[in-house]
Ligand binder design. Sequence first.
Ligand SMILES: NC(=O)C1=CN([C@@H]2O[C@H](COP(=O)(O)OP(=O)(O)OC[C@H]3O[C@@H](n4cnc5c(N)ncnc54)[C@H](OP(=O)(O)O)[C@@H]3O)[C@@H](O)[C@H]2O)C=CC1
Ligand SMILES: Cc1cn([C@H]2C[C@H](O)[C@@H](COP(=O)(O)OP(=O)(O)O[C@H]3O[C@@H](C)C(=O)[C@@H](O)[C@H]3O)O2)c(=O)[nH]c1=O
Ligand SMILES: [Mg+2]
Length: 303
Amino acid sequence: MRILLLGKDGQLGWQLQRSLAPHGEVIACGRAQCDLADLERIRSVVRELRPAIIVNAAAYTAVDKAESEPDLARRINAVAPGVLAEEAARLGALLLHYSTDYVFDGAKAEPYVEGDPTAPLSVYGRTKLEGEEAIRAAGGKSVIFRTSWVFGARGNNFVKTILRLAREKESLGVVDDQIGSPTPAAMLATVTGVGLAMLHHGAALEEGESRLYHLAAARPVSWCEFARTIVALAGQAPGFDLRLKPEAIAAIATADYPTPARRPMNSRLDCRRLEKDFGLQMPDWQPYLERMLQLLALKQNGY
Ligand SMILES: NC(=O)C1=CN([C@@H]2O[C@H](COP(=O)(O)OP(=O)(O)OC[C@H]3O[C@@H](n4cnc5c(N)ncnc54)[C@H](OP(=O)(O)O)[C@@H]3O)[C@@H](O)[C@H]2O)C=CC1
Ligand SMILES: Cc1cn([C@H]2C[C@H](O)[C@@H](COP(=O)(O)OP(=O)(O)O[C@H]3O[C@@H](C)C(=O)[C@@H](O)[C@H]3O)O2)c(=O)[nH]c1=O
Ligand SMILES: [Mg+2]
């Protein structure tokens, strides 16, 4: 079975290269092999390779920058996934795609379920939502996983930002009123692999069926709690040389940390649909964070 992976060099794409391998012949493309801004290129890559499965891990993920580059963000996050979905439908291939908690406005008091109304606050969130809609409109078989707050050793993310700031500064303010689940890229990739096996065997999709699943780690926290955990764990590990102590991270309000893009206050995703269909239980993110820090420490020490 041939699997076309797009976005191979991102946080998730990197992990998918590993987790998809047991499921077939993986052809992994980065920007150099397939620029998603080039719609004709997307069509020709898919038509040439004729994959049974397309996994799209590429996206425009710079949330604040997207506010000043809406056309590019839309092309990558909305138009390109639509083209991929059209090509997948032509081939009868299954498309796996990822979306975000930022499709919601965060006003709900409870975790979001898949059927909840969307209302993105940012260009990034809006274009990701348009991507979901374009995929459904193409009429082929697809699975969209909405996830949140992705981190991993490979690529850029909040953990890396906090570690950098913790080396440079003695105090830091981090928002304490936005809550969500940090989600390890490795866990997302593993669940994708399990999902692929499930869909291929027991729970196959009907012709033209599109499924939506919320997929995030267990135990939501605020960005501030997340930052304090990162600094506490890295502070105990050898080799990080942090100036910042976890107690010196101040809990601040969103209003006191102005950014170009608005973000949801509640990013919690209810993952029960996925847990039931795939027979899984979402794990805590912290052991993955510990493993990531071990890996970074080894790298820093030259291993
Ligand atoms: N990061 C997060 O916190 C979250 C991510 N998601 C979603 O999960 C998915 C994976 O995200 P993640 O791995 O974190 O993202 P990353 O930003 O780590 O990776 C995205 C990848 O897409 C590539 N890309 C960007 N533009 C293009 C283009 N024009 N053509 C080809 N490739 C391109 C990037 O390439 P390059 O390195 O060259 O720019 C990069 O390798 C995305 O759909 C994202 O929206 C959902 C929730 C949270
Ligand atoms: C670095 C920093 C951030 N913050 C705040 C800003 C913001 O509200 C929050 C998170 O910051 P970031 O900009 O790193 O996170 P952000 O880029 O918004 O992360 C999002 O990325 C996209 C791709 C997604 O899909 C989302 O699920 C989510 O992971 O922390 C502070 O309060 N203090 C700080 O020192
Ligand atoms: Mg960011």
